[in-house]
Design a protein around this ligand. Sequence first.
Ligand SMILES: NC(=O)c1ccc[n+]([C@@H]2O[C@H](COP(=O)([O-])OP(=O)(O)OC[C@H]3O[C@@H](n4cnc5c(N)ncnc54)[C@H](O)[C@@H]3O)[C@@H](O)[C@H]2O)c1
Ligand SMILES: [Zn+2]
Length: 368
Amino acid sequence: MEKLTVELGARSYPILIGDGLLAEIGAHVAPLLKRPRTMIVTDSHVADSYLARVGASLGAEGISFSSFVLPAGEGTKSWDGLARLTEWLIGEGIERSDHVIALGGGVIGDLVGFACSIVKRGCAFIQAPTTLLAQVDSSVGGKTAINVAAGKNLIGAFHQPALVVIDPTTLATLPPRELGAGYAEVVKYGLIDDAGFFAWCEANGAALLAGDGEARHRAIAHSVAAKARIVAADERETQDVRALLNLGHSFGHALEAETGYSDRLLHGEAVAAGMVLAHQFSAAHGLCSAADAARVRDHLAGVGLPHSLTSAGVNSGGAALAAHMAHDKKVRGGKLPLILTRGIGQSFVTDAYGLDAVAAFLDGQQAT
Ligand SMILES: NC(=O)c1ccc[n+]([C@@H]2O[C@H](COP(=O)([O-])OP(=O)(O)OC[C@H]3O[C@@H](n4cnc5c(N)ncnc54)[C@H](O)[C@@H]3O)[C@@H](O)[C@H]2O)c1
Ligand SMILES: [Zn+2]
């Protein structure tokens, strides 16, 4: 088992990574509890495979628990899902010192984290992520949210978990498309500031996706360490440091919006294409070499991820796509900060380019 720490002073917390860890989660949870009781929240897919395992482990430590199974899918991260979950937690007699276990992907993690930020003005929670995306990204850092009619993640809070327990063997049951989408976020850490890790991805990404346990473990540990470092440096994204995690996301969100936030294009798939576009935009403006942009595209294409507007299934004009970006919640004073790059592993934040430049660039990317 590997142990990392997110260094946030009094709110610091450990991240445990180990094959088979879900079967011993009780032993790691027990020391945190004031009374031997907890609540597990999960979704219908994850419950089938892992709820019994987690329950047995808690039982072995003498911890009683109740569980709440929500429908799988992004729709659960909603006012309705939040209402149902918070009412259930209150009905279960939750106390502020209790720790709720979020067992599932980013949807469950984001929803449970937000619910726990407001129930009784804040109670504790534990992340037990079961998707690659959640294991390398959403379970660490304390961003929690639900979606509303006006957009994704618009209602939420910063609320750090008390513990993150990552069992990479859960990826064995994850659908391949979900695995690929999570892998895009792994590659992101290399592209942000770690050219050596990007080269590692080029060499090992295909094996990771095919099921290589060692490659999975290494990628998760490396990614989560990078995320922990970035979060510790800029917990609430008040400087540009945490904003770097949005590499590929502004372009990606435009693609997600254009495809209706549907399973036509998963978030990570949109991020893959978005990262290629960010590099190509950078190359087009003389910031990075065309060779680096091509390397990014070739790797993501090579592992079967979308790497262009066409492969992302989007054939809208640049103006329509840029219009989506204008609604991004990161817009400041009418300008959208973009994450661009000077080369692989050399990303930076800038608001030097207007959305008209983005629209013109995207028009030139059609049918490439
Ligand atoms: N808080 C953050 O910092 C942050 C960062 C990135 C993304 N997110 C959010 O995360 C969400 C996406 O997370 P996600 O990609 O994990 O999606 P998800 O939670 O919907 O999981 C994807 C699918 O996989 C299923 N699943 C989960 N684990 C499984 C397993 N081990 N085996 C089989 N099936 C399994 C789920 O039931 C679901 O159908 C989005 O709402 C996004 O906004 C949050
Ligand atoms: Zn993302």
